[in-house]
Design a protein around this ligand. Structure first.
Ligand code: XMP
Length: 512
């Protein structure tokens, strides 16, 4: 395996994703737990991440000595390269030539990292983000790449198998970066391509059997990909010792509840309890318009309904959850201070303690795209596995202000048309999430010869890797016009359509 020591960069998770794509298992741990992780994992290679900190400040973080005593290859990325230099006898200084964004790397010399990708004398696009600069490299190193702002933008010590790059090979804007990281893990560290979803499936099935024995497991289905993949995997492991509970809050998209129920009962023959709790949810939401109050009510009601069902089933000692790796990674922060709650997320946290159940979390090591691959491995249909994420509180957070059944129905119609058009245009898979929002705002329109006074519908579509940051999807205007025309013509209650052009940050993906 490969160990990634995190110094707090925004993009550390991308390093892990690239390594996994190269078929190698890796883990991310905070730099401060580095020594313990080296001992526990005995990794074949170590990667030092970037950081918002500055090596030239006294209190900035360093790699634990264990990294250099492990006798394995080390790759420092950005801050990681600078820490490597500072710790091994080089020098890092603040620079007036900051490099941020696209830059070009000139290959000064060949090295194992570049094998089959880049050759001496070539120039290649990379992504930079640094203020400090290395002005002397430690003994044993040579420069293999330079850029305008960084004379030591890539360095190598072939004997110790230490490498450093000032640019970020993990990001999309360094087009060959994935290949460089694959070179590091395969050619330098000698890892084989042993991380596959088929292997993961078999290992997890064995783990689940061992953990659960002949106990009973309950799994809450949300309609989303994660809980569905977890349920199917657990069912493969323990069969009908698993019961799924689908709490239908009446805030799903059109047909969604039926699709989930059919898939589980008819395709997989997994025991499934379908609880229609829409009256409890919609009744309780009457008169509530504050976003946090809505979220809290839905979260609490969900837990109450789920708990009541679990009691009816009885005798289950285990609760399954679709927790993913990004929820598990301990984050490194240099901003200090308490972090603010932007939104209270709806999940079943708190439930296991209250019900005294043990957790079964078979997706804990996986990223979202790996969950999809595992789903395919388990035979889930592509149309299901490739679904856009859908938030726990459902349509309630896409209807600013008070939520009613009538508003949900109007929104479902608009949303269906929008997604229909996106699928027809072949754009669904290029988008992370697309949905319609029903605004509590009425505007005047004209239809035929008559005046209309109806609600506004906003359309949202974003691209993202993990939902943490997002860019607006740039539809062409003919597409948006066609969708707007269809919605206004076909959905009673909407007479105007607008497109949300806000990225995240500063916006969030959902409207509430
Ligand atoms: P925001 O709106 O915070 O959303 O930019 C980021 C991602 O999280 C999803 N989301 C949720 N998912 N429970 C969930 O399971 C929630 O309460 C929740 N709120 C937002 C959102 O759809 C997007 O993918």
């Amino acid at each position: 395996s490969i160990l990634i020591l995190d110094f707090g960069s925004q993009v550390t998770q991308l390093i892990a994703r690239r390594i996994r794509e190269a078929g190698v298992y890796c883990e991310i741990v905070p730099f401060s737990s580095g020594a313990e992780a080296v001992a526990r994992l005995a990794p074949k290679g170590i990667i030092l991440s970037g950081s918002p900190a500055s090596v030239s400040e006294a209190a900035s973080p360093r790699a634990p000595q264990a990294v250099f005593e492990a006798g394995v290859p080390v790759l420092g990325i950005c801050y990681g390269e600078q820490a490597l230099c500072a710790q091994l006898g080089g020098n890092v200084a603040p620079s007036d030539h900051r490099e941020f964004g696209r830059a070009f790397l000139e290959i000064v010399d060949d090295c194992k990292l570049f094998d089959g990708v880049w050759a001496k004398g070539e120039r290649h696009q990379v992504w930079m983000s640094h203020g400090d600069r290395i002005d002397a490299i430690p003994a044993g190193f040579r420069s293999v790449g330079k850029s305008d702002g960084a004379p030591f933008a890539a360095i190598a010590d072939d004997d110790r198998r230490y490498y450093g790059v000032q640019f970020h090979p993990e990001v999309y804007h360094t087009p060959d970066g994935g290949k460089l990281l694959a070179n590091f893990v395969h050619n330098v560290a000698g890892c084989s391509r042993s991380w596959t979803m088929a292997g993961y499936r078999d290992a997890k099935i064995a783990d689940i059997r061992k953990q659960v024995g002949d106990g009973k497991v309950i799994c809450g289905l949300s309609g989303g990909v994660d809980s569905a993949v977890a349920a199917v995997l657990i069912h493969e492991a323990i069969g009908d010792q698993l019961t799924c509970v689908f709490v239908d809050h009446g805030l799903m998209r059109a047909n969604e509840a039926t699709e989930v129920v059919t898939l589980f009962r008819e395709h997989y023959h997994i025991p499934l309890v379908h609880v229609d709790a829409s009256e409890a949810f919609l009744g309780g939401l009457a008169g509530v318009s504050d976003p946090e109050a809505k979220r809290k009510f839905i979260g609490k009601t969900f837990i109450d309904v789920f708990e009541a069902e679990a009691k009816k089933i009885g005798g289950a000692g285990f609760l399954a959850q679709g927790t993913l790796y990004p929820d598990v990674i301990e984050s490194v922060s240099f901003t200090g201070g308490p972090s603010v709650t932007i939104k209270s997320h709806h999940n079943v946290g708190g439930l296991p303690e209250r019900m005294n159940m043990k957790l079964v979390e078979p997706l804990r090591e996986l990223f979202k795209d790996e969950v999809r691959a595992l789903g395919r491995e388990l035979g889930l249909p592509q149309a299901f596995v490739g679904r856009h994420p859908f938030p726990g509180p459902g349509l309630a957070i896409r209807i600013p202000g008070e939520v009613t059944k009538e508003k949900c129905d109007v929104l479902r119609k608009a949303d269906t048309i929008y997604l229909d058009e996106i699928r027809k245009a072949g754009l669904y898979d290029a988008i992370w999430q697309a949905f319609a929002v029903l605004l509590p705002v009425k505007t005047v329109g004209v239809m035929g010869d008559g005046r209309t006074y109806d609600n506004v519908c906003a359309l949202r579509a974003v691209t993202s890797v993990d939902g943490m940051t997002a860019d607006v999807y740039p539809f062409d205007s003919a597409f948006l016009s066609a969708v707007a025309t269809r919605i206004v013509n076909e959905v009673k209650g909407i007479n105007r359509v607008v497109y949300d052009y806000t990225s995240k940050p500063p916006g969030t993906i959902e409207w509430e």
